[in-house]
Design a protein around this ligand. Structure first.
Ligand SMILES: Nc1nc2c(ncn2[C@@H]2O[C@H](COP(=O)(O)OP(=O)(O)OP(=O)(O)O)[C@@H](O)[C@H]2O)c(=O)[nH]1
Ligand SMILES: [Mg+2]
Length: 226
């Protein structure tokens, strides 16, 4: 994979998005450290203590949360990805290098599950967001083919309410032409300008090609250890 993501597209187009080559390299090294599945919980009682920083990945079902965690950590099957929406039904935690927890949150907005099931996942996600002072950042994943949708409003509202620092990550960039990538980044930034808790930066990624991963690793480390 490329050492920097400048040719990955738009992650570097915002002036604040510049990471020094040293920071990119440090992040690459950190994410090459051992990572393991820590636990999956269906209720908050089972969560570990708050002694370590956490960064969480949230977003619609099927948006690519589990795939992104696998791509960040260069693992194939760490987080289980699936074509079946609603695959991740628990809060799953992974421990990177014994010092940072990566949290795969249940997705929202899939049609197949029963209403009760959907609500249960969403309540779990919301409760998690509210109750974790060691939660350093939430990455809200948005499918770059669709941009922000009304289905994302509830998640944005929950994040604003929980006053958690969050940042949008666009996924599946490999499905778009460069001009479409530029357009969705611009439209998403514009929509987020009305959301004060949103971090004013967007990373365009592809778990498929690895685009944006070098930058996102640096982002995650900066956020996790800020
Ligand atoms: N082309 C392409 N497909 C992707 C990418 N990331 C994920 N996918 C596909 O999208 C589907 C859903 O991916 P997951 O990672 O399981 O999505 P998720 O958000 O974890 O889904 P839930 O656990 O159901 O909430 C899978 O078929 C993936 O292979 C990407 O960057 N590019
Ligand atoms: Mg998943």
């Amino acid at each position: 994979m490329a050492g920097t993501s400048r040719k990955d597209g738009l992650a570097g187009s915002h002036p604040d998005a510049e990471f020094s080559p040293e920071e990119i390299e440090a992040a690459r090294v950190a994410f090459a450290r051992p990572v393991n599945f820590l636990l999956g919980v269906a209720s908050l009682d089972g969560l570990p203590d708050m002694s370590l920083p956490e960064v969480a990945f949230a977003g619609r079902s099927n948006v690519g949360k589990s795939s992104l965690i696998n791509a960040l950590t260069s693992q194939r099957q760490l987080a289980r990805a699936s074509t079946e929406p609603g695959r991740t039904r628990e809060v799953n935690m992974f421990l990177l290098d014994g010092r940072l927890r990566l949290v795969d949150l249940p997705g929202y907005g899939f049609a197949k599950a029963s209403k009760g099931t959907v609500r249960r996942f969403q309540d779990l996600g919301r409760a998690y967001l509210r109750g974790r002072p060691n939660l350093k950042r939430v990455y809200l994943l948005i499918d770059s083919r669709h941009g922000l949708k009304s289905e994302d409003d509830a998640a944005l509202a929950a994040l604003d309410l929980a006053a958690v620092s969050y940042q949008v990550v666009l996924t599946k960039a490999d499905k778009l032409k460069p001009a479409e990538q530029t357009a969705v980044v611009a439209a998403t930034l514009k929509a987020l300008s009305r959301r004060p808790a949103a971090f004013p930066r967007i990373t365009l990624t592809s778990a498929e090609t690895g685009a944006g991963m070098a930058d996102l690793r640096a982002e995650v480390l900066r956020a996790g250890f800020a």
